[in-house]
Design a binder for this molecule. Structure first.
Ligand code: SF4
Ligand code: SF4
Length: 124
C-alpha cells in the first residue's frame, strides 16, 4: 500500500513545477522576516567582542587594538544571537542574502572615528 502511495507522489511530481528556484539565476523573494546577512554600524560599535564570544559558529572576529570587526558571511547561520547580545544595538539582520561567491572571505570593517560618531558602514 505504501509503495502505491509513494509511486503516486513520484508520478505526480513529474508534472509539477520544481519546488526550488535556480538561485542566483532566479532572484529570491525577500520579506521583512528573511534571515539574510548581518550588518554592523561600525562607528557605533565599541569593539567589545561580546558578539564574537556569543556566536555559535565562530563567524565573527574582533580586533580592538586594530579597530577592526569582521564576519565570515558563509559561516554565519543567521541565528540572531549577536544581534540580541550587542550592547550597542549596532548589529542588524539585513533581509537580503550575501551574494554568492567562489571564495570564502571575511567582510572586514575598520572603525575610523570615536564612539559618538554614527557613520553607517554595511558589512558588504
Ligand atoms: S557586541 Fe556590538 S558593540 Fe560589541 S563588538 Fe559586537 S557589534 Fe561591536
Ligand atoms: S547571526 Fe548567529 S551565526 Fe551569524 S554572526 Fe550572529 S551569532 Fe554568529
Amino acid at each position: 500500500m505504501g509503495s502505491f502511495v509513494l509511486g503516486g507522489v513520484t508520478f505526480g511530481n513529474l508534472f509539477k513545477k520544481p519546488a526550488t528556484k535556480m538561485y542566483p539565476v532566479v532572484a529570491p523573494t525577500y520579506t521583512a522576516m528573511t534571515k539574510g546577512s548581518i550588518v554592523n554600524d561600525i562607528e557605533a560599535c565599541s569593539l567589545c567582542s561580546i558578539c564574537a564570544k556569543k556566536c555559535p559558529s565562530l563567524a565573527i572576529n574582533v580586533d580592538k587594538p586594530g579597530k577592526t570587526w569582521e564576519i565570515d558571511p558563509f559561516a554565519c547561520i543567521q541565528c540572531y544571537t549577536c544581534v540580541r547580545a550587542c550592547p550597542k544595538d549596532c548589529l542588524t539582520m539585513l533581509a537580503q542574502y550575501t551574494a554568492p561567491s567562489t571564495t570564502k572571505e571575511y567582510k572586514t570593517l575598520v572603525k575610523t572615528g570615536g564612539d559618538d560618531e554614527k557613520a553607517v558602514a554595511a558589512a558588504e
